[in-house]
Design a protein. Structure first.
Length: 171
């Protein structure tokens, strides 16, 4: 594991995220970028606790392969930019990105952020999430990009996320 420090801003403290090394092909870094404190906490807990067994290992029931999920959490797209820049410098993979579409004022929205990051960093799977409805232009951009989208308030939100991530990893 390598560590990336995200500096504090707006009178907040800096924080550290742990990222699995690029040569660790059994650990998948799942990056979550969301400005909602509760959603970051809930996804972190889902990834850490509910998507793995008591030993911390998730098991693919299709072919018996074993892997671990490592949550990599950022507060917003500004922190996300720092995270991806440092990941590139350290040569670590950020395999899956779960990105909130709407960000607070002045920050790039999730779609613009992904467009910018993909110019310099390869992301294997991108899933957009939102607690608010989508505008037609946003929906068009998601479909054209071949991205997945899930609504945060769906009763099957966590189950659907886990299903598509498991399908991706078991390929």
């Amino acid at each position: 594991m390598k560590q990336i420090e995200i500096p504090g801003k707006y009178n907040s403290k800096s924080y550290i995220v742990n990222v699995a090394d690029a040569d660790d092909n059994r650990t998948f870094n799942i990056t979550v970028i969301d400005d909602d404190d509760y959603m970051r906490w809930a996804l972190n807990k889902q990834i850490e606790k509910k998507w793995v067994n008591k030993s911390g290992i998730a098991k693919d029931t299709l072919d018996g392969d074993i892997w671990t999920y490592n949550p990599v959490i950022a507060k917003d797209t500004l922190d996300g930019e720092i995270l991806f820049e440092e990941a590139k410098k350290l040569d670590v993979r950020l395999d899956i990105l779960i990105q909130d579409i709407k960000m607070p004022g002045g920050m790039p929205n999730g779609l613009d952020f992904v467009d910018k990051i993909r110019e310099v960093y390869e992301i294997n799977m991108i899933i957009f999430i939102s607690g608010a409805g989508m505008e037609p232009e946003t929906k068009r951009r998601i479909e054209e990009g071949g991205y997945m989208f899930f609504e945060k308030d769906s009763p099957t939100f966590y189950k659907d996320l886990k299903r598509v991530i498991d399908q991706y990893i078991s390929k």
